[in-house]
Design a protein around this ligand. Structure first.
Ligand code: IMP
Ligand code: MG
Length: 176
């Protein structure tokens, strides 16, 4: 568990994230050894993490992106998810690894995982940069987790508040 107090406003540095991407990239490369893998990044939050991670994967890969949004009251996500941009690749009989920025309630990822499973892939797994388990509502878990964080509103390294801060080269949080 990453504690907010430790580094003040910076929760995780780029160096820590790159180290983790290297570690998980090695693990993924060994777990799928000899098998092609489709990496599907969730727009827009996962782009930085996906860029770091894919450089560390030594498999035969294809990449694609999906954009989904969950609707609910205010900033609280609901179980109702809508796909705004679908993947272009045919994933039938292929291993799929969803690359996610953060799992909060889990509603989005639960929906996406079931959606991909309906297309008859060989397998669907999840790699998330951050896991915020305190607010989990849906029954979904990641197979690869970068860091577990407290219940904070996280920004930076792809994550936004009102579409801002995605370009920060570190992970921070908003104070209310
Ligand atoms: P869910 O609640 O697990 O469905 O989360 C859906 C999406 O909300 C995540 O993939 C993020 O893009 C976004 N999200 C969740 N928590 C945070 C946060 O702390 N900061 C920024 N975006 C977040
Ligand atoms: Mg996301």
């Amino acid at each position: 568990m990453v504690k907010a107090e430790v580094k003040g406003k910076i929760l995780l540095t780029q160096e820590q994230i790159l180290d983790k991407a290297a570690k998980l990239g090695r693990q993924i490369s060994s777990d799928y050894e000899g098998e092609p893998l489709v990496l599907v990044g969730t727009l827009k939050g996962a782009v930085m993490w996906m860029a770091d991670l894919m450089k560390q994967i030594t498999l035969d890969t294809e990449i694609d992106f999906i954009s989904a949004s969950s609707y609910g009251s205010g900033t609280v996500s609901s179980g109702s998810v809508k796909i705004k941009k679908d993947i272009d690749i045919d994933i039938r009989d292929k291993h799929v690894l969803i690359i996610e920025d953060i799992i909060d309630t889990g509603n989005t990822l639960k929906y996406l995982k079931d959606y991909f499973l309906s297309k008859d892939p060989k397998s669907v797994k999840i790699c998330t940069m951050l896991d915020k388990p305190s607010r989990r509502a849906a029954d979904v878990r990641a197979d690869y987790i970068g860091f577990t964080v407290e219940d904070l509103f996280i920004i930076g390294y792809g994550l936004d508040f009102d579409q801002k801060y995605r370009n920060l080269p570190y992970i921070s949080y908003l104070e209310d």
